[in-house]
Ligand binder design. Sequence first.
Ligand code: 13P
Length: 214
Amino acid sequence: MNYAQVRQALFDIVQQTVAADLIRASAGNLSMRTADGHLAITPTSIPYDQLAPGEIAIVDLDGNHIDGPCTASSETPMHTAIMRNLPNVGAMCHTHSHYAMTFAVVGREIPLINTEALMCGAPIPVAPWASPGSGAGGEVTVKLLRSRPELKVVLLRSHGVVAVGEDIHQAFGHAYNAEVAAQVYYQGLQIGEPIIITPEQKQEIYEIYGMAGV
Ligand code: 13P
């Protein structure tokens, strides 16, 4: 894919992410790798309902501007830290989805309570505090993702969500599943005590669906 194609692919997923209410205004940001080893990333401070594909910035993995009329997201240091350190990550969605953020602000992980949580590699942990825009969010996320290869989603304390994938479709899917898991867990807590899926039950699901082992 050339830059125009990468920008369009990222833009299309931005629209889906907005439609799913995982991001809004200019809160949250998405990125995906380009064929020449750089990163396409949403620009800073442009409301998503006004964004044009050509405004998506191209930066190198140190965050230097390579192409495009707009300044890259203020969260570029977080995205580039993840891309520099995790070669299997091809794309990521940093969302501000309501239910997942709710758990992030109380510092409570989302346990393995359903298949959506399973797809995210639950339990979905809350990373230690890292100031938005500082790049520290990348460091705490890398540490968690490295220690648990099945993990695809991390909650940033008092901030939001990082969901990664091999490509932007996967990253979006994980961000979406994390929000569904968070909402269902939250609702479950209102009416009872959600039942955690056991390691044996998890293994059973893996076997039935031919997924990677525990
Ligand atoms: P932008 O700089 O991408 O507008 O980001 C704001 C934000 O989501 C902070 O987490």
